[in-house]
Design a protein around this ligand. Structure first.
Ligand code: GDP
Length: 325
């Protein structure tokens, strides 16, 4: 186990923008050791007043849609043209099975990774989706405290991880391909409905015309959805990370969204709601973890599962029995 530092060493390191200490603090929030978690919460308490001053953008799309290429192109635009400090985080529950992760491949986003104003961190591995989500949310707060004013949270467009990302960001961007049907892209209707913007990727060369057509189709489809509580009408654009066309435009859309929702108060209200949601999520997760960690529960769980599987005991009765231990 790597060396541990004091609360003030972590906090001061993070607040001074020291990238090594930021990485170490993130490793701490990712740790499942109870002593690390206790230390991590103390660090978070100290830095929390300095967090929150950022625009949080969730980015999703199926593997191959061009997420990493797009994130690198938009990221470089933000750090170079807008002088932003960017952090790119990820939620990839598949990394617990494969051992790898969407950001684990070191060849991805080379230019961005080497930029002094960009910080890239792969998805924590080996945890449940809930655990990965919590660690990523806490990593986001640490990045903000370290001075990153734009946070990207990337996820793969194939499951519940979108809902998790949507619950921690201000703006949700969906990347889609022209010419591939919704089904083929594994995109569920619910994910389209979460999107504040859709960008049709790889709009270059032979694909340009089809991309423009797809843009119109998706724009028309989105018009049919009821207006979101944000009162924001989702925007569909085309972009090419290879030529760069349409990439800055996506950031203009994000800025318009932030302006509009800050003026209406929705931006602040949504963050408050997200914080309350996190309060309850944390309580639920902590209780669950503690429950399953109890030796009595561990000793009986296999037998109880078997009884429920074989229909010898009702799920409700079995749960009541375990909970009553
Ligand atoms: P991810 O799996 O969603 O992260 O997708 P990648 O960023 O790895 O891209 C998948 C493939 O699409 C790679 O071979 C990229 O070179 C290619 N690609 C990504 N963006 C573009 C683009 O804007 N135009 C073209 N023509 N190809 C692209």
């Amino acid at each position: 186990m790597a060396k541990r530092f004091s609360v003030s060493e972590y906090a001061e390191g993070v607040l001074s923008g020291n990238r090594v200490m930021l990485s170490r603090a993130i490793t701490l929030v990712e740790s499942t050791l109870p002593s690390d978690q206790a230390l991590a919460q103390q660090v978070l308490d100290v830095v929390l007043p300095h967090a929150g001053r950022s625009v949080r953008v969730g980015i999703t799309g199926v593997p191959g849609v061009g997420k990493s290429t797009f994130i690198e192109a938009l990221g470089l635009h933000l750090v170079d043209a807008h002088d932003h400090r960017l952090a790119v985080l990820a939620i990839d529950p598949s990394s617990q099975r494969s051992g790898g992760s969407i950001l684990g491949d070191k060849t991805r986003m080379n230019l961005l990774a080497a930029h002094p104003h960009a910080f890239i961190r792969p998805s924590p591995a080996g945890r449940s989706l809930g655990g990965v989500t919590r660690a990523t949310r806490e990593a986001m707060l640490l990045c903000e405290a370290a001075g990153h004013d734009v946070i990207f949270v990337e996820t793969v467009g194939v499951g519940q991880s979108e809902t998790a990302v949507h619950g921690m960001v201000d703006f949700f961007l969906l990347l889609m391909l022209a010419g591939a049907g919704d089904e083929l892209q594994g995109i569920k209707k619910g994910i389209m409905e979460m999107a504040d913007a859709v960008t049709i990727t790889k709009a270059d060369g032979d694909n340009e015309l089809a991309s423009r057509r797809a843009r119109r189709e998706y724009q028309n489809a989105l018009h049919l959805f009821p207006l979101a509580p944000s009162a924001w009408a989702p925007v569909v654009t085309t972009s090419s990370a290879v030529t760069g066309a349409g990439v800055p435009n996506v950031w203009e859309v994000v800025q318009q969204y932030v302006q509009q929702t800050q003026a209406s108060g929705y931006f602040q209200q949504r963050r408050q709601e997200q914080n309350l949601h996190w309060l309850h999520e944390t309580i639920r997760e902590t209780l669950e973890t503690r429950f399953y960690a109890r030796p009595e529960v561990q000793a009986q769980l296999t037998a109880v599962r078997q009884r429920v599987l074989e229909g010898r005991q009702s799920a409700f009765g079995a749960a009541a029995e375990l909970l009553g231990l």
